[in-house]
Design a binder for this molecule. Structure first.
Ligand code: MSP
Length: 509
């Protein structure tokens, strides 16, 4: 529906506790969801947990608990982290919920009744950690080509989905919709995979029991990906849609995922939907992976970056900013404490923090904290206003492309322009000359107005800082880009507080 926007994160496995990789996906979605909201969209932002499958069952067993006990213990850790990171999701789906199970079973039955699901025998090489079957030719020295761990030969009765039947339709869709799979390099990967030919997909298991039962044949549980992918529609109320969310929000505007789960989202999921006669998501965007200080993040290396610790040490907004600024969305990146601290000191403390504290201190000192009215403009003024307009347009375009780092870079160009504007107009010199009082007022107005716009633009990325800036300028929280994104809306006469430092500098030890 026009003016609605549906964005999703993957649902996270509960056999792991949340780390920086999970936080990355969720924060990117949150920033985009918030951006769309301040632009006036009705946003549905979904996240949740993936709780079935052999991996979870094994982890629970090893821990001496039932899979549901494990899930019930881990789910609050994800939810608490999202709260701590200021994530404003609309809903949180758990695949063990009734609403989800019902929707998945309904989809299974529909596909079975129409002949797209049939009973057969499955034999292949199975990688348990990845929950993936591989053909002999896929294996590397007998091991899983994804994770390198040993695979085992499994044969079992299984329900199959006629994925092969939808190969041409999927290929046509990908070719006709160049933005469907992003970034481009990922799209090419998927195209090559589909062109090689799609096999029918085994979508049930009898070798373990922790999953959604196959309706009418309960020794089978559904393959965890058939179960998990459906969350994107069951959370909207499919198939009953009592609240009308499915009609309003489907198809999704974007599924944001990591590059490792692209095939599931760009091949399996669309073919399930084609079979069910449902529209395909408008976009699947696969982001890159974070390494840590140059190394793959792993439990065995004990280098897993724990987001709670980062927030306590550096603050929420610094983390939100860093993750989305440091690396182009779609590429891999490296996390290091020194690059985080550099960003905090240079971009946040220096550029943004100084702009706000210098400007507000001068309004306090020269105008008793009352915002003066702007008078005649000079070329320098119109140039600053032009930078604001131009870069704000750029932010819009970059957000549409999920180019978060470019959006932030554009906002920082405004900040740099404002800092240069201070230096070249030297308000402290103007203040010494009575005749320049009006000019000084204009300079101060332009600076504070620029800060207002910067505050509105950074709010989706750094909600606390955006709110602090509003407070300093005496604006109400409801001011948003949609209704207040134009130059010149700040009223002369407003009370401007002298701002405390927004981001203290951090010493590198
Ligand atoms: N449960 C599945 C998704 C089902 S969606 C229908 C799953 N879960 S996961 O918990 O293993 O991973 C969730 C997301 O975290 C994936 O998008 C994955 O790419 C991301 N990341 C995990 N480690 C990561 C990094 N080191 N860096 C960036 N993202 C990473 O897969």
């Amino acid at each position: 529906m026009e003016n609605s926007f549906y964005i999703s994160t993957p649902i996270y496995y509960v056999n792991d506790v949340p780390h920086i990789g999970h936080a990355y996906t969720t924060l990117a979605c949150d920033a985009l969801a918030r951006y769309k909201r301040v632009r006036g969209y009705d946003v549905f932002f979904l996240t949740g947990t993936d709780e079935h499958g052999q991996k979870v069952e094994k982890a629970a067993l090893a821990n001496g608990e039932t899979p549901l006990e494990l899930a019930d213990r881990v789910v609050p850790r994800f939810q608490a982290l999202w709260e701590k990171l200021n994530v404003e999701n609309t809903d949180f789906i758990r695949t063990t919920q009734q609403r989800h199970q019902k929707g998945v079973q309904k989809m299974f039955l529909q596909l079975k009744e129409q002949g797209d699901i049939f009973l057969g025998t499955y034999e292949d090489w199975y990688c348990t950690p990845c929950e993936t079957f591989w053909t002999e030719t896929n294996l590397i020295d007998g091991c899983c080509p994804d994770c390198g761990r040993p695979t085992e030969k499994l044969q079992e009765e299984s329900y199959f989905f006629r994925m092969s039947k939808y190969q041409t339709q999927l290929l046509n869709h990908i070719e006709a919709n160049p933005d469907f799979i992003q970034p481009r390099s990922r799209r090419n990967e998927v195209l090559n995979f589909v062109r090689e030919g799609l096999r029918d997909l085994s979508i049930s298991r009898t070798s373990f029991s922790w999953g959604i039962k196959v309706p009418g044949d309960e020794k089978h549980v559904l393959y965890v990906w058939f179960d998990a992918l459906s969350n994107y529609i069951t959370a909207l109320g499919y198939p009953d849609d009592e609240k009308g969310n499915f009609a309003k929000f489907w198809p999704a505007d974007v599924h944001v995922i990591g590059k490792d789960i692209l095939r599931f989202h760009a091949v399996y999921w669309p073919t399930f939907l084609l079979a069910a006669g449902l529209p395909l998501p408008k976009k699947v965007f696969a982001h890159g992976w974070w390494t840590v200080e140059g190394k793959k993040m792993s439990k065995s290396l004990q280098n897993v970056v724990e987001p709670n610790m980062l927030v306590e040490k550096y603050g929420v907004d610094a983390i939100r900013y860093f993750l989305l600024r440091e690396v182009p969305f779609g590429l891999d990146g490296d996390f290091s404490h020194s690059s985080l601290i550099n960003r905090i000191n240079s971009d946040l403390a220096n550029d943004l923090g100084n702009l706000v504290s210098r400007s507000t201190a001068m309004v306090s000192k020269y105008f008793d904290s009352v915002l003066p009215a702007p008078q005649a403009s000079t070329e320098a003024d119109t140039a600053l206003i032009e930078v604001c307009r131009d870069r704000m347009d750029a932010v819009d375009q970059h957000m549409d492309a999920l180019a978060f780092n470019k959006a932030l870079a554009s906002i920082w160009e405004i900040i740099s322009a404002a800092n240069r504007y201070i230096d070249s107009n030297a308000p402290w010199t103007l203040a010494k000359d009575e005749n320049q009082h009006a000019r000084l007022g204009t300079v101060m107005y332009n600076l504070i107005e620029t800060i207002r716009l910067v505050g509105l633009c950074i709010e989706p990325f750094m909600p606390d800082t955006g709110a602090k800036i509003k407070d300093i300028l005496g604006l109400c929280a409801a001011e948003k880009l949609k209704n207040s994104g134009e130059w010149g809306l700040l009223k002369p006469g407003s009370h401007i507080c002298k701002a405390p430092p927004l981001f203290p500098r951090i010493e590198l030890d």
